[in-house]
Design a protein around this ligand. Structure first.
Ligand code: NDP
Length: 435
Protein backbone atom coordinates (compact mmCIF):
# COMPACT_ATOMS: atom_id res chain seq x y z
CA UNK A 1 0.00 0.00 0.00
CA UNK A 2 2.98 2.39 0.42
CA UNK A 3 3.53 2.15 -3.32
CA UNK A 4 -0.13 2.69 -4.23
CA UNK A 5 -1.42 5.26 -1.70
CA UNK A 6 -5.19 5.67 -1.54
CA UNK A 7 -5.83 2.93 -4.12
CA UNK A 8 -8.27 1.04 -1.90
CA UNK A 9 -9.98 -1.08 -4.56
CA UNK A 10 -6.66 -2.10 -6.13
CA UNK A 11 -5.21 -3.03 -2.74
CA UNK A 12 -8.38 -5.02 -1.91
CA UNK A 13 -8.09 -7.01 -5.16
CA UNK A 14 -4.37 -7.69 -4.65
CA UNK A 15 -4.88 -8.74 -1.01
CA UNK A 16 -7.50 -11.33 -2.00
CA UNK A 17 -5.07 -12.84 -4.50
CA UNK A 18 -1.99 -12.56 -2.27
CA UNK A 19 -3.70 -14.46 0.58
CA UNK A 20 -3.86 -17.46 -1.72
CA UNK A 21 -0.69 -17.02 -3.79
CA UNK A 22 1.84 -16.26 -1.02
CA UNK A 23 1.32 -19.71 0.62
CA UNK A 24 1.26 -21.30 -2.86
CA UNK A 25 4.62 -19.67 -3.68
CA UNK A 26 6.10 -21.12 -0.50
CA UNK A 27 5.52 -24.57 -2.00
CA UNK A 28 6.58 -23.44 -5.49
CA UNK A 29 9.79 -21.56 -4.85
CA UNK A 30 10.58 -20.86 -8.50
CA UNK A 31 7.77 -18.29 -8.59
CA UNK A 32 8.83 -16.76 -5.29
CA UNK A 33 12.50 -16.47 -6.31
CA UNK A 34 11.53 -14.73 -9.57
CA UNK A 35 9.29 -12.25 -7.69
CA UNK A 36 6.42 -13.08 -10.03
CA UNK A 37 3.58 -11.90 -7.78
CA UNK A 38 5.25 -8.55 -7.10
CA UNK A 39 5.87 -8.06 -10.82
CA UNK A 40 2.24 -8.86 -11.58
CA UNK A 41 1.10 -6.09 -9.23
CA UNK A 42 2.87 -3.41 -11.29
CA UNK A 43 1.14 -2.48 -14.57
CA UNK A 44 3.40 -2.86 -17.61
CA UNK A 45 2.09 0.54 -18.64
CA UNK A 46 -0.69 2.98 -17.62
CA UNK A 47 -1.64 6.00 -19.72
CA UNK A 48 -3.74 8.91 -18.48
CA UNK A 49 -4.93 11.50 -20.94
CA UNK A 50 -7.13 14.57 -21.44
CA UNK A 51 -10.43 14.07 -23.32
CA UNK A 52 -11.77 17.43 -24.54
CA UNK A 53 -15.23 17.51 -26.15
CA UNK A 54 -17.98 20.02 -26.87
CA UNK A 55 -21.52 19.58 -25.45
CA UNK A 56 -24.79 20.42 -27.20
CA UNK A 57 -24.74 23.95 -25.76
CA UNK A 58 -21.34 24.58 -27.35
CA UNK A 59 -19.51 24.49 -23.99
CA UNK A 60 -16.06 22.93 -23.73
CA UNK A 61 -15.98 19.87 -21.48
CA UNK A 62 -12.98 17.95 -20.15
CA UNK A 63 -12.83 14.38 -18.91
CA UNK A 64 -9.97 12.11 -17.94
CA UNK A 65 -9.18 9.01 -20.01
CA UNK A 66 -7.19 5.95 -18.89
CA UNK A 67 -5.79 2.69 -20.21
CA UNK A 68 -4.06 0.33 -17.79
CA UNK A 69 -2.01 -2.32 -19.63
CA UNK A 70 -1.39 -4.76 -16.84
CA UNK A 71 0.13 -7.93 -18.27
CA UNK A 72 0.89 -9.21 -21.77
CA UNK A 73 2.69 -12.46 -20.85
CA UNK A 74 0.17 -14.74 -22.58
CA UNK A 75 -1.36 -12.45 -25.23
CA UNK A 76 -2.28 -8.87 -26.18
CA UNK A 77 -3.84 -6.78 -23.42
CA UNK A 78 -7.59 -7.37 -23.31
CA UNK A 79 -10.27 -5.86 -21.07
CA UNK A 80 -13.19 -3.48 -21.10
CA UNK A 81 -13.60 0.29 -21.13
CA UNK A 82 -15.78 1.77 -18.37
CA UNK A 83 -17.50 5.16 -18.61
CA UNK A 84 -18.80 6.14 -15.18
CA UNK A 85 -18.27 9.20 -12.95
CA UNK A 86 -16.61 7.04 -10.26
CA UNK A 87 -13.81 5.84 -12.58
CA UNK A 88 -10.30 6.47 -11.23
CA UNK A 89 -6.87 4.83 -11.37
CA UNK A 90 -7.50 2.58 -8.36
CA UNK A 91 -10.70 1.12 -9.83
CA UNK A 92 -9.11 0.54 -13.24
CA UNK A 93 -5.99 -1.04 -11.72
CA UNK A 94 -8.12 -3.43 -9.68
CA UNK A 95 -10.14 -4.33 -12.77
CA UNK A 96 -7.01 -4.77 -14.91
CA UNK A 97 -5.38 -6.93 -12.21
CA UNK A 98 -8.46 -9.18 -11.97
CA UNK A 99 -8.59 -9.32 -15.75
CA UNK A 100 -5.12 -10.92 -15.96
CA UNK A 101 -6.29 -13.93 -13.91
CA UNK A 102 -9.68 -14.09 -15.61
CA UNK A 103 -8.23 -14.06 -19.11
CA UNK A 104 -5.75 -16.74 -18.16
CA UNK A 105 -8.65 -18.91 -16.92
CA UNK A 106 -10.50 -18.66 -20.25
CA UNK A 107 -7.89 -20.98 -21.84
CA UNK A 108 -7.43 -18.34 -24.61
CA UNK A 109 -4.21 -16.37 -25.35
CA UNK A 110 -5.29 -13.05 -23.80
CA UNK A 111 -3.30 -10.67 -21.60
CA UNK A 112 -5.04 -8.27 -19.19
CA UNK A 113 -5.92 -4.57 -19.28
CA UNK A 114 -8.73 -2.15 -18.48
CA UNK A 115 -9.54 1.45 -19.26
CA UNK A 116 -12.21 4.08 -19.41
CA UNK A 117 -13.13 7.55 -18.31
CA UNK A 118 -14.95 9.50 -15.60
CA UNK A 119 -17.40 10.60 -18.33
CA UNK A 120 -21.05 10.00 -17.35
CA UNK A 121 -23.16 8.91 -20.36
CA UNK A 122 -26.39 9.36 -18.32
CA UNK A 123 -28.49 12.25 -19.57
CA UNK A 124 -26.17 12.92 -22.55
CA UNK A 125 -27.54 13.09 -26.09
CA UNK A 126 -26.39 10.60 -28.74
CA UNK A 127 -24.43 13.39 -30.42
CA UNK A 128 -22.62 14.23 -27.16
CA UNK A 129 -21.77 10.57 -26.56
CA UNK A 130 -20.44 10.36 -30.13
CA UNK A 131 -18.23 13.45 -29.80
CA UNK A 132 -16.90 12.18 -26.50
CA UNK A 133 -16.16 8.69 -27.93
CA UNK A 134 -14.38 10.20 -30.95
CA UNK A 135 -12.19 12.40 -28.76
CA UNK A 136 -11.45 9.51 -26.37
CA UNK A 137 -10.44 7.26 -29.28
CA UNK A 138 -8.28 9.97 -30.88
CA UNK A 139 -5.81 9.51 -28.01
CA UNK A 140 -6.51 5.84 -27.17
CA UNK A 141 -5.78 4.81 -30.77
CA UNK A 142 -2.08 5.55 -30.17
CA UNK A 143 -1.90 2.82 -27.54
CA UNK A 144 -4.03 -0.05 -28.89
CA UNK A 145 -4.13 -2.38 -31.92
CA UNK A 146 -5.09 -5.91 -32.91
CA UNK A 147 -1.70 -7.32 -31.79
CA UNK A 148 -1.20 -4.92 -28.86
CA UNK A 149 -4.37 -4.23 -26.94
CA UNK A 150 -7.99 -5.02 -27.83
CA UNK A 151 -10.52 -3.20 -25.57
CA UNK A 152 -14.21 -4.11 -25.13
CA UNK A 153 -17.24 -2.67 -23.27
CA UNK A 154 -18.00 -2.50 -19.55
CA UNK A 155 -20.27 -0.28 -17.41
CA UNK A 156 -21.56 2.59 -19.57
CA UNK A 157 -19.96 1.20 -22.74
CA UNK A 158 -22.33 -0.88 -24.87
CA UNK A 159 -22.93 -1.35 -28.58
CA UNK A 160 -23.51 2.36 -29.25
CA UNK A 161 -20.22 3.49 -27.70
CA UNK A 162 -18.20 0.64 -29.26
CA UNK A 163 -19.62 1.62 -32.67
CA UNK A 164 -18.58 5.28 -32.32
CA UNK A 165 -15.10 4.33 -31.12
CA UNK A 166 -14.60 1.73 -33.85
CA UNK A 167 -15.63 4.28 -36.49
CA UNK A 168 -13.11 6.81 -35.20
CA UNK A 169 -10.29 4.23 -35.02
CA UNK A 170 -10.99 3.24 -38.62
CA UNK A 171 -10.80 6.88 -39.77
CA UNK A 172 -7.55 7.52 -37.92
CA UNK A 173 -5.77 4.36 -39.08
CA UNK A 174 -7.44 3.79 -42.42
CA UNK A 175 -7.77 0.13 -41.54
CA UNK A 176 -10.65 -2.20 -40.79
CA UNK A 177 -9.37 -4.42 -38.01
CA UNK A 178 -10.52 -6.32 -34.95
CA UNK A 179 -9.25 -3.63 -32.59
CA UNK A 180 -12.35 -3.63 -30.37
CA UNK A 181 -14.73 -6.43 -29.40
CA UNK A 182 -18.45 -6.17 -28.71
CA UNK A 183 -18.87 -4.75 -32.21
CA UNK A 184 -22.19 -4.71 -34.08
CA UNK A 185 -22.99 -7.83 -36.08
CA UNK A 186 -22.81 -5.88 -39.38
CA UNK A 187 -19.17 -4.93 -38.84
CA UNK A 188 -17.33 -7.84 -37.29
CA UNK A 189 -19.19 -8.53 -34.05
CA UNK A 190 -19.83 -12.06 -32.80
CA UNK A 191 -23.22 -13.58 -32.15
CA UNK A 192 -23.72 -14.28 -28.41
CA UNK A 193 -21.13 -11.66 -27.31
CA UNK A 194 -23.93 -9.48 -25.89
CA UNK A 195 -25.36 -12.41 -23.96
CA UNK A 196 -22.05 -14.02 -23.01
CA UNK A 197 -21.23 -12.59 -19.57
CA UNK A 198 -24.70 -13.23 -18.14
CA UNK A 199 -25.10 -16.62 -19.81
CA UNK A 200 -21.61 -17.66 -18.73
CA UNK A 201 -22.28 -16.65 -15.12
CA UNK A 202 -25.33 -18.90 -14.99
CA UNK A 203 -23.53 -21.78 -16.76
CA UNK A 204 -20.81 -21.52 -14.12
CA UNK A 205 -23.33 -21.33 -11.25
CA UNK A 206 -25.05 -24.42 -12.64
CA UNK A 207 -21.73 -26.32 -12.59
CA UNK A 208 -21.11 -25.24 -8.98
CA UNK A 209 -24.59 -26.35 -7.93
CA UNK A 210 -24.21 -29.72 -9.67
CA UNK A 211 -20.80 -30.28 -8.07
CA UNK A 212 -22.43 -29.77 -4.67
CA UNK A 213 -25.56 -31.91 -5.18
CA UNK A 214 -28.00 -29.09 -6.03
CA UNK A 215 -29.87 -28.03 -9.16
CA UNK A 216 -30.82 -24.67 -10.65
CA UNK A 217 -34.41 -25.74 -11.30
CA UNK A 218 -36.94 -23.89 -9.15
CA UNK A 219 -34.35 -21.78 -7.30
CA UNK A 220 -35.52 -18.27 -6.31
CA UNK A 221 -32.83 -15.79 -7.33
CA UNK A 222 -31.94 -12.17 -6.49
CA UNK A 223 -30.18 -10.34 -9.34
CA UNK A 224 -28.75 -6.84 -8.90
CA UNK A 225 -28.20 -4.37 -11.72
CA UNK A 226 -30.33 -4.13 -14.85
CA UNK A 227 -27.62 -3.62 -17.48
CA UNK A 228 -26.00 -6.05 -19.87
CA UNK A 229 -24.84 -8.66 -17.36
CA UNK A 230 -28.03 -8.58 -15.26
CA UNK A 231 -30.34 -8.89 -18.28
CA UNK A 232 -28.67 -11.99 -19.69
CA UNK A 233 -28.20 -13.57 -16.27
CA UNK A 234 -31.98 -13.34 -15.88
CA UNK A 235 -32.53 -14.73 -19.38
CA UNK A 236 -30.37 -17.81 -18.78
CA UNK A 237 -31.88 -18.35 -15.29
CA UNK A 238 -35.28 -18.55 -17.01
CA UNK A 239 -33.91 -21.04 -19.57
CA UNK A 240 -32.77 -23.28 -16.72
CA UNK A 241 -36.08 -23.11 -14.82
CA UNK A 242 -35.01 -20.78 -11.99
CA UNK A 243 -37.13 -17.85 -10.73
CA UNK A 244 -35.46 -14.41 -10.69
CA UNK A 245 -37.38 -12.00 -8.44
CA UNK A 246 -35.29 -8.78 -8.31
CA UNK A 247 -33.48 -6.23 -10.49
CA UNK A 248 -31.93 -2.90 -9.55
CA UNK A 249 -30.13 0.21 -10.72
CA UNK A 250 -28.25 2.98 -8.95
CA UNK A 251 -31.54 4.40 -7.59
CA UNK A 252 -32.97 1.27 -5.90
CA UNK A 253 -34.37 -2.19 -6.55
CA UNK A 254 -37.63 -3.85 -7.52
CA UNK A 255 -38.94 -7.06 -5.98
CA UNK A 256 -41.52 -9.09 -7.87
CA UNK A 257 -42.60 -12.19 -5.88
CA UNK A 258 -44.36 -13.56 -8.98
CA UNK A 259 -41.01 -13.67 -10.77
CA UNK A 260 -39.51 -11.85 -13.75
CA UNK A 261 -40.61 -13.81 -16.82
CA UNK A 262 -39.69 -13.42 -20.51
CA UNK A 263 -42.24 -10.67 -21.08
CA UNK A 264 -41.09 -8.62 -18.07
CA UNK A 265 -37.48 -9.12 -19.15
CA UNK A 266 -38.31 -7.75 -22.61
CA UNK A 267 -39.74 -4.66 -20.86
CA UNK A 268 -36.49 -4.24 -18.86
CA UNK A 269 -34.35 -4.56 -22.01
CA UNK A 270 -36.34 -1.91 -23.82
CA UNK A 271 -36.44 0.37 -20.76
CA UNK A 272 -32.69 0.19 -20.16
CA UNK A 273 -31.22 -0.28 -23.66
CA UNK A 274 -33.55 1.85 -25.80
CA UNK A 275 -35.28 4.38 -23.55
CA UNK A 276 -32.40 4.61 -21.05
CA UNK A 277 -35.01 4.90 -18.24
CA UNK A 278 -35.04 4.10 -14.51
CA UNK A 279 -35.82 0.65 -13.05
CA UNK A 280 -38.52 2.17 -10.78
CA UNK A 281 -40.70 2.29 -13.92
CA UNK A 282 -40.91 -1.53 -13.75
CA UNK A 283 -43.04 -1.27 -10.59
CA UNK A 284 -45.28 1.28 -12.34
CA UNK A 285 -45.92 -1.21 -15.14
CA UNK A 286 -46.27 -4.45 -13.13
CA UNK A 287 -48.59 -4.33 -10.09
CA UNK A 288 -47.05 -7.46 -8.52
CA UNK A 289 -43.72 -5.58 -8.12
CA UNK A 290 -42.59 -3.08 -5.45
CA UNK A 291 -39.80 -0.50 -5.83
CA UNK A 292 -37.47 0.08 -2.87
CA UNK A 293 -35.71 3.41 -3.24
CA UNK A 294 -31.97 3.60 -2.48
CA UNK A 295 -31.87 -0.03 -1.28
CA UNK A 296 -30.13 -3.12 -2.69
CA UNK A 297 -31.90 -6.46 -3.33
CA UNK A 298 -30.19 -8.44 -0.58
CA UNK A 299 -32.99 -8.55 2.00
CA UNK A 300 -35.36 -10.50 -0.25
CA UNK A 301 -35.89 -14.15 0.78
CA UNK A 302 -34.04 -16.05 -1.94
CA UNK A 303 -31.95 -19.19 -2.56
CA UNK A 304 -29.26 -17.76 -4.86
CA UNK A 305 -27.77 -14.25 -5.26
CA UNK A 306 -26.28 -12.90 -8.50
CA UNK A 307 -24.63 -9.50 -7.91
CA UNK A 308 -24.37 -8.05 -11.44
CA UNK A 309 -24.02 -4.27 -10.91
CA UNK A 310 -20.69 -3.04 -9.53
CA UNK A 311 -17.80 -3.46 -7.06
CA UNK A 312 -18.46 -3.71 -3.31
CA UNK A 313 -22.25 -3.77 -3.70
CA UNK A 314 -22.65 -6.77 -1.34
CA UNK A 315 -21.27 -5.86 2.13
CA UNK A 316 -21.04 -8.09 5.24
CA UNK A 317 -24.33 -6.98 6.88
CA UNK A 318 -26.27 -7.79 3.70
CA UNK A 319 -24.45 -11.11 3.40
CA UNK A 320 -25.53 -11.93 6.97
CA UNK A 321 -29.16 -11.16 6.03
CA UNK A 322 -28.90 -13.40 2.97
CA UNK A 323 -27.52 -16.24 5.11
CA UNK A 324 -30.24 -15.75 7.75
CA UNK A 325 -32.83 -15.94 4.97
CA UNK A 326 -31.51 -19.29 3.72
CA UNK A 327 -29.36 -18.24 0.74
CA UNK A 328 -27.09 -21.13 -0.33
CA UNK A 329 -25.05 -19.55 -3.16
CA UNK A 330 -23.58 -16.26 -4.37
CA UNK A 331 -22.31 -16.06 -7.97
CA UNK A 332 -20.56 -12.88 -9.07
CA UNK A 333 -21.61 -11.48 -12.46
CA UNK A 334 -20.00 -8.13 -11.65
CA UNK A 335 -16.32 -7.65 -10.80
CA UNK A 336 -15.58 -7.83 -7.05
CA UNK A 337 -19.15 -7.01 -5.92
CA UNK A 338 -18.56 -8.87 -2.63
CA UNK A 339 -16.60 -7.07 0.10
CA UNK A 340 -13.84 -8.74 2.10
CA UNK A 341 -16.12 -8.91 5.18
CA UNK A 342 -18.87 -10.60 3.18
CA UNK A 343 -16.33 -13.08 1.82
CA UNK A 344 -15.30 -13.99 5.38
CA UNK A 345 -18.94 -14.81 6.19
CA UNK A 346 -19.25 -16.85 3.00
CA UNK A 347 -16.21 -18.95 3.93
CA UNK A 348 -17.27 -19.36 7.58
CA UNK A 349 -20.77 -20.52 6.61
CA UNK A 350 -19.61 -22.57 3.61
CA UNK A 351 -21.89 -20.71 1.22
CA UNK A 352 -21.31 -21.71 -2.41
CA UNK A 353 -19.45 -18.82 -4.03
CA UNK A 354 -17.87 -18.03 -7.38
CA UNK A 355 -15.60 -14.98 -7.82
CA UNK A 356 -16.23 -12.80 -10.88
CA UNK A 357 -12.84 -13.64 -12.35
CA UNK A 358 -14.16 -17.18 -12.84
CA UNK A 359 -17.92 -16.83 -13.27
CA UNK A 360 -18.03 -13.69 -15.43
CA UNK A 361 -15.16 -14.80 -17.70
CA UNK A 362 -17.64 -15.81 -20.42
CA UNK A 363 -17.76 -12.22 -21.68
CA UNK A 364 -14.06 -11.89 -22.37
CA UNK A 365 -13.90 -15.50 -23.59
CA UNK A 366 -16.49 -14.68 -26.24
CA UNK A 367 -14.55 -11.51 -27.06
CA UNK A 368 -11.62 -13.88 -27.68
CA UNK A 369 -13.88 -15.88 -30.00
CA UNK A 370 -14.80 -12.60 -31.77
CA UNK A 371 -11.07 -11.95 -32.31
CA UNK A 372 -10.62 -15.43 -33.78
CA UNK A 373 -13.54 -14.93 -36.17
CA UNK A 374 -12.16 -11.49 -37.21
CA UNK A 375 -8.73 -13.01 -37.93
CA UNK A 376 -10.25 -15.81 -39.99
CA UNK A 377 -12.74 -13.39 -41.64
CA UNK A 378 -15.75 -15.59 -40.94
CA UNK A 379 -18.69 -15.74 -38.52
CA UNK A 380 -19.84 -18.68 -36.47
CA UNK A 381 -23.54 -19.38 -35.79
CA UNK A 382 -25.16 -18.60 -32.40
CA UNK A 383 -25.29 -22.30 -31.59
CA UNK A 384 -21.60 -22.73 -32.31
CA UNK A 385 -20.53 -19.74 -30.19
CA UNK A 386 -22.90 -20.68 -27.35
CA UNK A 387 -21.55 -24.24 -27.37
CA UNK A 388 -17.96 -22.97 -27.19
CA UNK A 389 -18.93 -20.55 -24.39
CA UNK A 390 -20.49 -23.36 -22.39
CA UNK A 391 -17.45 -25.61 -22.91
CA UNK A 392 -15.17 -22.81 -21.72
CA UNK A 393 -17.26 -22.23 -18.57
CA UNK A 394 -17.22 -25.97 -17.81
CA UNK A 395 -13.44 -26.07 -18.27
CA UNK A 396 -12.93 -23.01 -16.02
CA UNK A 397 -15.05 -24.76 -13.41
CA UNK A 398 -12.95 -27.94 -13.63
CA UNK A 399 -9.74 -25.97 -13.38
CA UNK A 400 -10.94 -24.02 -10.32
CA UNK A 401 -12.17 -27.22 -8.68
CA UNK A 402 -8.78 -28.84 -9.21
CA UNK A 403 -6.94 -26.18 -7.21
CA UNK A 404 -9.76 -25.16 -4.84
CA UNK A 405 -11.19 -28.37 -3.42
CA UNK A 406 -11.15 -28.19 0.38
CA UNK A 407 -12.85 -31.54 1.17
CA UNK A 408 -15.53 -33.86 -0.25
CA UNK A 409 -18.28 -31.31 0.41
CA UNK A 410 -16.79 -27.92 -0.48
CA UNK A 411 -14.75 -26.17 -3.16
CA UNK A 412 -13.15 -22.77 -2.44
CA UNK A 413 -13.47 -21.22 -5.92
CA UNK A 414 -11.58 -18.06 -4.86
CA UNK A 415 -8.54 -20.16 -4.10
CA UNK A 416 -9.05 -22.32 -7.18
CA UNK A 417 -9.47 -19.39 -9.58
CA UNK A 418 -6.51 -17.47 -8.22
CA UNK A 419 -4.08 -20.38 -8.40
CA UNK A 420 -5.30 -21.69 -11.76
CA UNK A 421 -5.16 -18.19 -13.31
CA UNK A 422 -1.77 -17.45 -11.75
CA UNK A 423 0.14 -20.58 -12.78
CA UNK A 424 -0.30 -20.07 -16.53
CA UNK A 425 0.75 -16.40 -16.46
CA UNK A 426 3.60 -17.07 -14.02
CA UNK A 427 5.03 -19.86 -16.19
CA UNK A 428 4.89 -17.59 -19.26
CA UNK A 429 6.66 -14.81 -17.35
CA UNK A 430 9.37 -17.21 -16.16
CA UNK A 431 9.93 -18.39 -19.73
CA UNK A 432 10.22 -14.84 -21.04
CA UNK A 433 12.95 -13.83 -18.60
CA UNK A 434 12.99 -10.79 -16.34
CA UNK A 435 10.35 -8.73 -18.18
P1 NDP B 1 -24.07 -1.78 -17.60
O1 NDP B 1 -23.63 -0.37 -17.70
O2 NDP B 1 -24.78 -2.42 -18.73
O3 NDP B 1 -25.02 -1.93 -16.30
C1 NDP B 1 -24.57 -1.61 -15.03
C2 NDP B 1 -25.71 -1.78 -14.03
O4 NDP B 1 -25.22 -1.61 -12.71
C3 NDP B 1 -26.80 -0.71 -14.21
O5 NDP B 1 -28.02 -1.26 -13.80
C4 NDP B 1 -26.34 0.39 -13.26
O6 NDP B 1 -27.37 1.24 -12.81
C5 NDP B 1 -25.78 -0.42 -12.12
N1 NDP B 1 -24.70 0.32 -11.44
C6 NDP B 1 -23.54 0.77 -11.98
N2 NDP B 1 -22.82 1.45 -11.07
C7 NDP B 1 -23.53 1.40 -9.94
C8 NDP B 1 -23.31 1.91 -8.64
N3 NDP B 1 -22.20 2.59 -8.34
N4 NDP B 1 -24.26 1.66 -7.71
C9 NDP B 1 -25.38 0.97 -8.02
N5 NDP B 1 -25.65 0.46 -9.23
C10 NDP B 1 -24.74 0.68 -10.18
O7 NDP B 1 -22.77 -2.60 -17.19
P2 NDP B 1 -22.50 -4.18 -17.30
O8 NDP B 1 -23.75 -4.93 -17.06
O9 NDP B 1 -21.73 -4.41 -18.53
O10 NDP B 1 -21.48 -4.40 -16.08
C11 NDP B 1 -21.93 -4.77 -14.77
C12 NDP B 1 -20.78 -5.41 -14.00
O11 NDP B 1 -20.34 -6.57 -14.71
C13 NDP B 1 -19.53 -4.55 -13.81
O12 NDP B 1 -18.92 -4.88 -12.58
C14 NDP B 1 -18.63 -5.00 -14.96
O13 NDP B 1 -17.27 -4.75 -14.69
C15 NDP B 1 -18.94 -6.49 -14.94
N6 NDP B 1 -18.59 -7.21 -16.18
C16 NDP B 1 -19.14 -6.86 -17.39
C17 NDP B 1 -18.82 -7.56 -18.52
C18 NDP B 1 -19.47 -7.30 -19.83
O14 NDP B 1 -19.25 -8.10 -20.75
N7 NDP B 1 -20.28 -6.28 -19.98
C19 NDP B 1 -17.81 -8.65 -18.49
C20 NDP B 1 -17.36 -9.00 -17.16
C21 NDP B 1 -17.73 -8.26 -16.07
P3 NDP B 1 -27.72 2.60 -13.60
O15 NDP B 1 -28.51 2.16 -14.80
O16 NDP B 1 -28.50 3.41 -12.62
O17 NDP B 1 -26.39 3.21 -13.94
Amino acid sequence: SARNPGETEFIQAVREVAEVIIPFNEENKKYKEANILERMCEPERAVIFRVPWVDDQGRNQINRGFRVQMNSAIGPYKGGLRFHPTVNLSILKFLAFEQVFKNSLTTLPLGGGKGGSDFDPKGKSDAEVMRFCQSFMTELSKHIGGFTDVPAGDIGVGGREIGYMFGQYKRLRNEFSGVLTGKGLQYGGSLIRTEATGYGTVYFADEVLKAHGHSMHGKVCAVSGSGNVAQYTIEKLLHLGAKPVTVSDSQGYVYDPEGIDEEKLAFIKELKNEKRGRISEFAGKYKSATFYKELTPWNAKIDLAFPCATQNELPDYDMQTLIDNGCIGVFEGANMPTTEGALDLIRKNRILFSPGKASNAGGVATSGLEMSQNSMRLSWSSEEVDKKLKEIMVSIHENCERYGRIDDDYVDYVKGANIAGYVKVADAMLAQGHV
